[in-house]
Design a binder for this molecule. Sequence first.
Ligand code: PSU
Ligand code: MN
Length: 306
Amino acid sequence: MNSFLEISPEVKQAIKSNKPIVALESTIISHGMPYPKNLETALQVEQIVRNNNAIPATIAIINGKLKAGLSKDEIKLLAKQGQSVIKTSRRDIPYLVSKKLTGATTVASTMIIAQMAGIKIFATGGIGGVHRGAAESFDISADLQELAHTNVAVVCAGAKAILDLNLTLEYLETQGVPVIGYKTKELPAFYTRKSGLNVDFKLDSPQEIANFLKSKWDLNLNGGVVVANPVPSAFQMDYSHIMNIIDNALLEADKLDVKGKESTPFLLEKIAKLTGGKSLETNIKLVLNNAELASKIAYDYTRLIK
Ligand code: PSU
Ligand code: MN
């Protein structure tokens, strides 16, 4: 264990007794949703993990400490301060640590801290990926490189269609990152169950996914796994409607020359506005759904490594 890492007493206890643990990211709280929905959702996600016999470990950097397991007050702080909290990916971590700053962790940095704490399963909404127009902009999320190297499984609803999903899959293939569809052959596109693209493997139970993870890591095939869990049908959005809205949001971002780390939060906010808040409701439902599946996988995985 390193001196930068601070694991909450509850998570520490869970690690010691091989209880299932689910890591949760915090950029989704500060940059992915507006207050107070972000706070309600973060707390609800933790509750769902508990209801499914696992311990939640929300991850962030607080005053320069890498934290696995946050207090309610810490979650509240990230939720309230929103976009003024530093969105923290791999490259940002030493800056926050050396300056003792507070930051919300993306998928990439949440994976890094989860791995330091020994947590293998992580639930979120969607991963970052290869942005549309990446051939010009070079905008490829650091999440993908982290998935290439860090041994954490990320349960998500795919990646959202603001990205180039086809190129995202190609990148993951090159980096040796398996993309599993939970009960589906089709890669979900966050707001919709449909994308027109295929996952690598369809697995139909948390147990099968736990077996897959154990096999990968027992083989010393380092790196992460994407577990794509489609949003429940009742909550999905209309495909052509959301595609249209995404196109409009992308045009707006282009016009205002929004790029780099601002891009994803800008687009999420724009899409929520253009859908009259409907995309946010779908976003919340799919995160809760992912937390439930991640808890079940974590439960089965701990039974395998006993
Ligand atoms: N996708 C979402 N909501 C989010 C994010 C992605 O639906 O909040 C966040 C995650 O934290 C992800 C990050 O790791 O955006 C990716 O940002 P970038 O593309 O700048 O790497
Ligand atoms: Mn980017």
